[in-house]
Structures are given as C-alpha cells and as structure tokens.
Ligand binder design. Structure first.
Ligand code: ZN
Length: 451
C-alpha cells in the first residue's frame, strides 16, 4: 500500500454535509483513496508527504460542460449572439480533424488542470466524415495529463436543408449518430467505482437534432446505463425556434421526449419560467451553469439560486473556449458567484455556495458519489491553492472566501486518484510549453484556412 500525507494545510475545505473546514488540517491517502482527514498527527506513517502549509485544500473542481475542440477557434464572431456565432463557426468546425482535436484537447485539458479541475466532461458533437474517432483522441489526451474524464458522444442530425441551424456538412445521419454513440459506450465506458473514464450520450441542441434522435438516444442511454446530456434553454432564439417548429417551449419538449430525470443534465438552462424550474427540481435533473459563455454571447443569466432551492443538481461548466474565451474553471466559479449577485445581494451565491456547486454539485451532475468532497472513502482528488502569496496578502480575515473572491489563480498542487497531476504550479506528465507551441501551430493552420 502507498500512503501519501498532505499535511498542515492552511485550511482543509472538506465540503462535507456540514461544510466542515479544518484549520491546520491534514489528509491521509491510501492507494488513491482518502482514509483520514483531521488535525493533529496522522494515524499511520506516510511514504510520501506534501507540505500543505500556506495552501487551502479543496476537493478537485468538477467541470460539467465543455467543447474542447473549440479551444483553437477563439476570438471569432465576437459581437454575435448564439445563432450568429454558430453560423459563423460551423463551417470552420467542419474542417476538424485528429491533429486539431489532439492539440485543442491538450491545451484545454491543461488549462483545466492548472485551474484546479480534477474531473471534466466534454461535449463532442462535431464529427466530420473521414475525421476518424475524435472521442478516442481526446480520451488519449486526458489519459496523458491524468484527469478523470467524462466525455459525451455528441451528435447532430438536423442540417439546414431539413430546417436545422448547422450546415449539412457537419451533421450525421440519425442511424450513424446512434450507432457511433452505442459504440463509444461499449468501447470506453467504465462504470466501476473510482472510474477514470465514463461516457455519456449527448445529442447537441433542439435546433440541430431530430425528435427521433432525441427519443432514441434516451432509450439507448438507459439501456446501456449511461447519462444523457444536451444544451437547453440557452437563448430566446432557441425558444422561438422550438415554439415555431414544435409549438412547445424547450423544457416542455424535453418532458415529452423522456429527457428529464436524475440521469440527465442540461447545459445553460437560462430561459426557464417558474414552472420549468420546479419541474427540473422535482425530477432532480442536472444543470451545467456556464455564466461566462452566457454573458459573452449575451444569452442571459440562469436562475441558479432558484434551481438549487427547488432541488435541481447544479454544477459549474466553462463551456467551449470559443464562447468562454478561456478554459479556466476556477475563474468560472468566481464568475458564477459574481453574476448571481447582479439582481441584488439577497439571493446571490456566497463564495462557499459557489465552491460547493463546483465540487459536490458537479460530481452529482455527473453521477459521481466518490468525488467532490474531502472525506474518508472518497477518491483522493484534491486541489491545493496557495494563499501565502502576493495575490492573497490582506485576505487573512477569511482566506477561503478570499481565495475565490480574489479571482483566478493557478493551482499549486492537483491530485487525481492520489496521483500528482500538477506540482508547484506545473504539469507533471506533460510539458506545458510544448502543449502551447503545438496549440499555436495548429491554430495558425486553422486561421490560415479560415481567415
Ligand atoms: Zn456548450
């Protein structure tokens, strides 16, 4: 057995049921699983130690929505809303290939890791003919860096010719989308406890899929025991599209198509009425809250506090870097806290509320009960953030709140399954400079082809 002791942290933020915080706390990890969390002397001798002094220990952050391939197509359609932005970007994304996917996934995953994210999903719905298995490419990138990964096999089967928004060049046939989704689950999904790789099935959005793909994806996912994910209620354009095509609002469609429940999570959920919010809460459906993307595209602000109060499972997501314009999960958690306060301070999120959504909330959204808090028997996914540096001088009154309220920062140490992914602010298994060079090289090729 290997024992690792993370000792004498400034504060261990456990995110347990009672929100315990242990000043001077230590964490003992045995074979990748937390076995003890407390102050004082460790109950067993450790083979390895990490000095936690000057750092706050959080559960590793969980990212509930992303499109890694978008990482290399940023700063485009800069003044557009969602539909205009998509129409400008779809033809570029039609050129996606394995080299692009690999470079983009490595840049995006490295950014996530360096912002304290230990578990991430990815929603991959662009599969140009002849591009190969792009899901496999990103799975390989997550393995290389050491992150826990929940990629979604996404799909689109409603092209412009049939009344959808995407050009026909980026959609699949319904049959292919379903067959490839089944294949992805059978090939990659690992349901075992502590799993590093789980697959979800994820048709893209109401304006890019057919009713048949939605209904049959739900049946398929349930027969295979995997989760369902899609975009929902992101913009008023989407709501108008649904009313015109189906005479129903987005959430009503989901209800009709069997797309509500504990095994479903939606990205965005901005344009909901009170009945929608209650229905999501009653069915314990999940939400990936992506505030930066929503602000950047002028989509609106999701009713996060109401969703939480009604019983929805809510996590934070960065969304793709073509709309977030970054891939920093820690920054996104702060953004969620800040934007929740825009209507007034009374119903806004506290720093600790936001951290809870980003850890246990995200784990619940992804159906994990083995990550998201620092407690015995949980997998050892930990993010240590330094608070003894220049940026935090002056936040001594409440270093935990000060950490989040103070803004984005690079994680000092990140452990996933007890293994070091980031050490002293640098990636352990990969060379950050090489990933950056490769990202710039491939992005330059893309920019040249689609100036
Ligand atoms: Zn998205």
């Amino acid at each position: 057995m290997t024992r690792l002791l993370v000792e004498r942290c400034e504060v261990v933020v456990t995110v347990d049921d009672s929100g315990s915080e242990l000043a001077g706390g230590s964490i003992l990890i045995e074979d990748g699983v937390i076995s003890w969390v407390d102050t004082g002397a460790s109950p067993a001798a450790a083979d390895e130690r990490i000095d936690g002094r000057g750092a706050i220990a959080l559960p590793g952050l969980v990212n509930t929505h992303h499109h890694l391939y978008q990482t290399l197509t940023r700063a485009r359609a800069r003044e557009q809303g969602l539909f205009g932005w998509l129409v400008e970007l779809y033809p570029i994304w039609a050129g996606l290939d394995a080299e692009w996917e690999r470079a983009a996934a490595r840049v995006g995953l490295a950014q996530l890791a360096l912002s304290g994210c230990s578990t991430t999903t990815d929603h991959h719905y662009v599969h140009p003919a002849g591009a190969g298995d792009l899901l496999e490419v990103e799975i390989e990138a997550a393995r290389e860096l050491g992150l826990r990964f929940h990629p979604c096999r996404g799909s689109m089967d409603l092209g412009a010719a049939a009344g959808g928004l995407p050009p026909d060049s980026v959609v699949e046939t319904t049959e292919d989308a379903l067959a490839r989704s089944r294949e992805a689950v059978e090939r990659f999904h690992d349901a075992s406890p502590g799993s590093m790789l789980r697959i979800a099935i994820a048709p893209c959005s109401p304006f890019s899929v057919t009713e048949r793909l939605m209904r049959e994806s739900a049946e398929l996912a349930r027969s295979l025991g995997v989760r369902l994910h899609t975009h929902l209620a992101e913009t008023l354009d989407e709501e108008r599209f649904c009313l015109e095509r189906f005479e129903r609002r987005p959430l009503e469609l989901m209800d009709d198509w069997g797309w509500l429940g504990e095994d479903v999570w939606f990205a965005h959920a901005v344009h909901l009425d009170e009945k929608d919010v209650r229905r999501i809460g009653d069915t314990r459906s999940g939400i990936a809250h992506c505030p930066s993307s929503n602000l950047r595209l002028g989509a609106g602000i999701a009713p996060v506090r109401s969703l939480v109060d009604e019983g929805a499972r809510v996590g934070i997501g960065v969304d793709g870097a073509a709309s977030n314009e970054a891939g920093d999960l820690f920054a996104e958690v702060r953004q969620a806290m800040l934007v929740s306060r825009a209507p007034g301070p009374e119903r806004g999120l506290t720093a600790r509320d936001a951290l809870r959504l980003a850890t246990r909330g995200g784990a619940a959204v992804l159906g994990r009960d083995d990550v998201g808090s620092i407690e015995p028997d949980m997998r050892a996914d930990l993010a240590l953030f330094a608070v003894d540096d220049l940026a935090h001088a002056g936040a001594e009154a409440d270093p935990v709140a000060g950490l989040l309220m103070g803004g984005p920062q690079r994680v000092r140490d990140l452990l996933v399954e007890g293994r070091p992914v980031v050490r002293d602010g640098g990636l352990v298994a990969a060379d950050e400079d090489e990933i950056a060079r490769d990202g710039h090289r491939v992005a330059a090729r893309i920019a040249e082809a689609w100036a």
